[in-house]
Every structure is written in structure tokens, then in C-alpha cells.
Design a protein around this ligand. Structure first.
Ligand code: 4AD
Ligand code: MG
Length: 428
């Protein structure tokens, strides 16, 4: 019977067949130990000369790292570590691997990135991408279970959503189009039809910055809610992140252990988040020695400094309107500010969520479109949301890769996506 390695414990003392790839191979005259993986886990195969045909024993000696094999044997619980192993009765070699480029020794990052298609066979990368998968599922479950309708936003778009400096232009039958920077503008009309919506898909930013937080292609989930205000989405962002962390802890503790992620530290983020205004954050940064000027956006260093002061995420809200997107609702209490918010992850990770309340007045938006030097015509459909029963609404976007980097405690987002796209990387 074919079984997967993560199910071996259900077949103790029974005969099974597993298929996969060789990770390590240790051999002596009488016995061979093969550590193999099959995508669900890793198991040791014990092959004694007396238990298998001589031809099989001899052939197994030629196994190289990453050779593909099928092994039949009896599942046994190793009393020393309680792990299941297979005492082989036979082994079939499917393919003898050529020398595998990635060996247990240290490799440089560029080399590993060039071999990304092979690198994710390694245990750390496997653990990260399994957690990414869990988060993607938890993201959908969270919104599906709360009555949101999934509205897919287009990837080819005629307009900018988040500033014109990070657009990827595409020739669209002789016209200029752009890869989507955010689905938000497409969700705002949809929210008038469905009440609560979300989109979740790839997003593109021609980011010229080479930082540990920036990809040119990343996945973003964006909820949008009719009649919601800034405080509602701050609450939602907290509940959402609590859910994501709980799901990873519940289902992926083995992966977190492979990554040596300290789970108690992660659990600190299940507390209520710290909330502060932008002005309060600037004052605190000054006290910590930063020279940030009121009115300018936080740099990565400012976010790192601020988030190191607390064990849980910080929600910063009410930003100066200068550096925020054109669609933000002004603060009725201070016209210099807009009702935006960012969630900054702890341990130095910084922004994982950006969002806010959307401007509901058409006159204000028309003025903003002018101030941001955008042309009005391509946004006319977007302005319709304010023409036909305008309503307060709010939403946010969470970058999946930044969430994975934080939850796995990785030094760089490049390991959080199967095939990263960055300033100097389009391959493999
Ligand atoms: O703050 P941003 O630009 O907000 C928006 O796009 C809004 N339209 C979202 C909304 O309100 N519906 O991006 C949101 C999040 C960031 O907080 C970050 O997590 C992620 O998207 N992000 C990136 N992740 C990786 N690489 C990049 N270059 C990113 N740019 C943004
Ligand atoms: Mg942002």
C-alpha cells in the first residue's frame, strides 16, 4: 500500500510502500540508512543486507542525493526518538540523480536564488512555503466565514492605484496598460453591491528599492466594507492577524520548530495591539533618537525602531495627507490628516497592513485627483461610487509575503514566495 510519510504512524508494524527522494545516505557493509522525503515529511529507511535481495542491496549503494526511489518495508517506531522508520524489504530505484547543486554545506544567497527551483526541496524552504500555504487558506477562511464575497480584481488596469512611480507598463494592443498595484479601486464599486468583499491575488510594484521588505510581485489580500469607519477596520485588522497567527500555531508547529521560530514570542501578538496616532509615533521616535520630521513617511529604520519597543503589533493611524494615496478620507478633526492606518509587526518587521477610510465626497476626490496630477477621465467609473448613493467605507491590504516573513521570522521576503520577483531577479 502506498502511504505518505506523514501518515506512517498509522501503519506501525504494517507493510507499506513510500515514494520520494533521497536526502542522505549512509552505508556500511551490512546496513544502509537512507533518509528520504516525499513532500509530506522525512523518514529514515533501514536496509539490512540480510533483509533484501543482494542485487537490491548492491544497487542501493549507488544512490545519490535526490535520487528518486520507491521503498517497501515494515513501519517501525524507533524507541530512541519515537519517530517512524521503515525497515526495507525491497527498494526500487526510479532515477539516479546527477550531482545535486545544493549540498548540506553553506551556499551563498545568489546561488540559492538562482537555484530556487531546487532550493525549495530543502527543509527550511519547505517549512516556509507550507506556512505560506496555511496563511493563504486562513486568509480565505477568515473572510469566507464572516460573510464576505470574494471579488477578483483585474491584473491589467488602465490606471494607478498607489502612486505613479511604481507602475509596470504593458503594451495593451497599442494602448498603455499597467499591472495592478492594488485591487482596492475595483472593490469599492463592488462593496455597494455585496456589502463586504475581499480580493486576494498577485500585485505588482516596480519598486526600485532593494530592501528586505520589497518584492516587485507580491500577494495582497484586501477586504473592503460598506459603512465601516477607521476604527472598525483597526478592530478587524487585529482580529484578522490574531486568527492568522492562531491558525499557524495550531496547524504548523512542526514547521515553526524546523525554522526555530520562538512560539512564545509569536504568541505575544495575540494580545490587543498598541494604537497610536502618527503624531504620537513621531514624538516617540524623536525620544528614541530618530530625526524624522513631522510630515514625512516612516523609513524602514523608523518602523524597525518603533516596533522594537513593543511585543505586539502597533497600529499607527491618522497620517499627514501629503504622503498618502489620493483616495483617503480627510480627518474631520484636523484637515492636515487623513484617516489612514498601518499595522506594524513587532520584532523589527514593520508594515504588514496598510489601509483606511475612503473619501466619500466626489468634490474632495476630484480635487485630490488634480493635486496628485492624475487625469480624471480614467477614474470616472471609480467616481461613480460617489455619484450613486455615496457611503462611508473602509478597508485595508495585507501583504502575504511580509506576514510570512514575520511569522516565520525570516531575514528577507525573498524566501516567502515560491518564485520571488525583485529588482534584479526575474529567474527562474
Ligand atoms: O500600503 P499599501 O501600498 O496599500 C494598498 O495598496 C492599499 N490599496 C490597500 C487597501 O487599502 N486595500 O500596500 C498594502 C500592503 C503593505 O502593508 C505591505 O504589506 C504590502 O502590501 N506591500 C508589499 N509587500 C511586498 N513588497 C512590496 N513591494 C510591497 N508593497 C506593499
Ligand atoms: Mg503602505
Amino acid at each position: 500500500m502506498f502511504v505518505s510519510i506523514n501518515e506512517l504512524d498509522r501503519h506501525v508494524e504494517k507493510a507499506v510502500t513510500v515514494r520520494g527522494w533521497v536526502r542522505h545516505h549512509r552505508k556500511s557493509g551490512k546496513i544502509q540508512f537512507i533518509v528520504m522525503r516525499d513532500g509530506t515529511g522525512v523518514a529514515q529507511i533501514v536496509m539490512a543486507r540480510n533483509d533484501v535481495d543482494e542485487a537490491v542491496f548492491e544497487a542501493a549503494k549507488t544512490l545519490t542525493q535526490e535520487s528518486s526511489i520507491s521503498v517497501t518495508g515494515t513501519v517501525q517506531q524507533n524507541p530512541r526518538n519515537n519517530k517512524c522508520e521503515i525497515v526495507a524489504s525491497t527498494l526500487e530505484i526510479i532515477h539516479i540523480s546527477e550531482p545535486f547543486p545544493i549540498t548540506p554545506k553553506e551556499h551563498g544567497t545568489e546561488f540559492l536564488m538562482d537555484n530556487r527551483h531546487l532550493w525549495f526541496r530543502s527543509q527550511r524552504q519547505w517549512a516556509i512555503l507550507r506556512i505560506r500555504h496555511r496563511l493563504a487558506k486562513a486568509i480565505r477562511d477568515f473572510f469566507d466565514d464572516r460573510g464576505y464575497t470574494n471579488i477578483d480584481s483585474p491584473i491589467l488596469t488602465p490606471t494607478a492605484a498607489e502612486g505613479t512611480s511604481t507602475l509596470f507598463a504593458v503594451d495593451y494592443f497599442g494602448e498603455q496598460a499597467f499591472l495592478s498595484q492594488s485591487g482596492q479601486l475595483y472593490l469599492e464599486p463592488a462593496v455597494a453591491a455585496f456589502g463586504k468583499v475581499y480580493c486576494f491575488g498577485p500585485t505588482f510594484r516596480a519598486e526600485k528599492s532593494k530592501t528586505r521588505r520589497h518584492l516587485t510581485e507580491f500577494w495582497m489580500v484586501e477586504p473592503e466594507i460598506a459603512f465601516a469607519h477607521l476604527s472598525d477596520i483597526m478592530d478587524l485588522a487585529q482580529e484578522f492577524i490574531h486568527y492568522l497567527i492562531s491558525q499557524v500555531i495550531e496547524h504548523n508547529t512542526p514547521e515553526l520548530e524546523i525554522l526555530e521560530r520562538d512560539i512564545d514570542t509569536l504568541k505575544q501578538s495575540l494580545q490587543p495591539f498598541i494604537r497610536m496616532t502618527y503624531s504620537e509615533a513621531v514624538a516617540q521616535l524623536h525620544a528614541l533618537g530618530s530625526d524624522i520630521e513631522w510630515g514625512s513617511d516612516f523609513g524602514g529604520d523608523d518602523e524597525t525602531l518603533l516596533t522594537q519597543q513593543y511585543d505586539q503589533p502597533i497600529i499607527v493611524h491618522r497620517f499627514p495627507k501629503e504622503f498618502k494615496a489620493f483616495y483617503m478620507e480627510p480627518d474631520p478633526e484636523d484637515p492636515r490628516l487623513v484617516l489612514g492606518m498601518d499595522v506594524l509587526a513587532p520584532e523589527g518587521y514593520g508594515e504588514v497592513i496598510g489601509g483606511g477610510e475612503r473619501a466619500s465626497s466626489i468634490d474632495f476626490l476630484l480635487d485630490q485627483i488634480k493635486k496628485h496630477e492624475l487625469s480624471e477621465e480614467p477614474y470616472s467609473w471609480y467616481l461613480d461610487v460617489r455619484r450613486y448613493g455615496s457611503f462611508p467605507h473602509a478597508g485595508f491590504g495585507l501583504g502575504l509575503e511580509r506576514a510570512v516573513a514575520w511569522i516565520c521570522k525570516l531575514p528577507h521576503v525573498r524566501e516567502t514566495i515560491p518564485y520571488p520577483r525583485m529588482l534584479y531577479r526575474l529567474k527562474p
